[in-house]
Design a protein around this ligand. Structure first.
Ligand SMILES: Cc1ncc(COP(=O)(O)O)c(C=O)c1O
Length: 375
């Protein structure tokens, strides 16, 4: 059996430190917005190369609060991708704005800058578009240079969905630090994952930082003095203490992911599967190792039979999900997105995956294609 993901192996590596950190919080008796959250905000912002971080309840909330802080709301449109987890689109909808989808680059699976430009030119009412929300999908940084040029030219905000890209880099800068605001999730499976929900907004902009801080906690400026209608979305002390331990290991674990990704690529070179690419200006952190093949469903079923866990990220693009029916998209509107949704397959992948397990995955993939040739 090769599991798709086994989080207990990582826990075993750092068990003592985690238990010590948790005990520290329990013994102090402060669970909400205390020293651990403040310290982790400083440490994670520093790691990302930005001035400020605000710990929030989840990645979805990080996206929602970042958009809200930028002033996005009713009547606005935000351009994002459809080949992603639905949270980005949901966060846009939560502000009252409308998500508009653009196709992805066939090689990097991230927002295609030329498609974005085409969409902006084509849109008659483009003055409604206020922001773009690219996603650094699977740990692969989006093509930020052309995206930044376009957003400057059209006077749009650029907010990054870096929920799958802790530690990824583009031209030497960390994902999340290139746009106006960067949004992270600490969902347990992420490269930097808590043992529960959590998220963070990072930015260099003091005004936006102050606004996100107000929005995450009832718009409270001082105790019981409320200056705007904020909600409740706070990273908690126990999760922050856990994340402070794990942050120290993030570069080590990302390095292990990168080495394993390279090993998979070498093993699978001789097969017909398409492996992830790494662009010259990008440092991919392989949140997932996603291959593509036209025979995806058959391969997935074959691997399942052999005891190998795989997942599909994501089988149905957002623009054709029932939840977004009112937007009026049809099949065929985003051809690259739709083609990829039929072909992508995420292989077992995490820093603690063993060489033997990877060898077994490789062997079975090869045997699947050999049988296909015979059959
Ligand atoms: C690309 C992307 N955006 C947003 C989210 C939402 O994060 P969360 O689950 O912490 O709300 C996730 C992860 O779940 C994600 O993968």
């Amino acid at each position: 059996m090769v599991p798709f993901l086994d989080l207990t192996r990582q826990y075993k590596r750092i068990e003592d430190e985690i238990l010590t950190a948790q005990r520290r919080v329990l013994e102090k008796g402060r669970f909400i917005l205390g020293e651990e959250v403040s310290a982790f905000e400083v440490e994670f912002a520093h790691y990302c190369g930005v001035r400020y971080g605000v710990g929030v309840g989840s990645g979805t909330d990080a996206l929602f609060l970042a958009l809200k802080a930028a002033g996005i709301g009713e009547g606005d449109e935000v351009i994002t991708v459809s080949h992603s987890f639905i949270a980005g689109a949901i966060a846009i909808s939560m502000t009252g704005a409308k998500p508009v989808f653009v196709d992805i680059d066939p090689e990097t699976y991230t927002m295609d800058p030329s498609e974005l430009e085409y969409l902006l030119k084509k849109r008659k009412r483009r003055n409604r578009v206020k922001a773009i929300l690219p996603v650094h999908l699977y740990g692969q940084p989006a093509e930020m240079k052309p995206l930044m040029e376009i957003t400057n030219r059209y006077h749009l905000f650029l907010i990054e969905d870096a929920c799958q890209a802790h530690g990824a880099e583009y031209q030497g800068k960390k994902a999340g630090s290139l746009g106006l605001l960067g949004c992270f999730s600490f969902y347990p499976t992420k490269n930097l994952g808590a043992y529960g929900d959590g998220g963070m907004v990072v930015t260099d902009d003091k005004k936006l930082y102050d606004k996100v801080r107000l929005l995450r906690c009832y718009g409270e400026k001082k105790k019981y003095e409320h200056v705007l209608k904020g909600g409740n979305s706070r990273l908690d002390e126990i999760q922050a203490a856990i994340l402070r331990v794990k942050l120290k290991y993030l570069d080590l674990w990302n390095g292990e992911r990168r080495r394993k990704a390279l090993a998979y690529k070498r093993m699978l070179e001789s097969t017909e599967v398409v492996c992830p690419v790494e662009k010259e200006q990008a440092r991919h952190v392989y949140h997932l190792f996603v291959i593509r093949t036209k025979r995806r469903n058959a391969l997935q079923a074959f691997l399942k039979e052999k005891g190998i866990g795989t997942l599909i990220h994501y089988p149905t693009p957002i623009h054709i999900q029932k939840a977004y029916r009112e937007l009026g998209y049809r099949k065929g509107d985003l051809p690259v997105t739709e083609k990829h949704a039929q072909e992508v397959l995420s292989l077992p992948f995490f820093p603690e995956l063993t060489t033997e397990e990877m060898g077994k995955v490789n062997e079975e993939i090869k045997s699947f294609f050999r049988e296909g040739e015979k059959g």
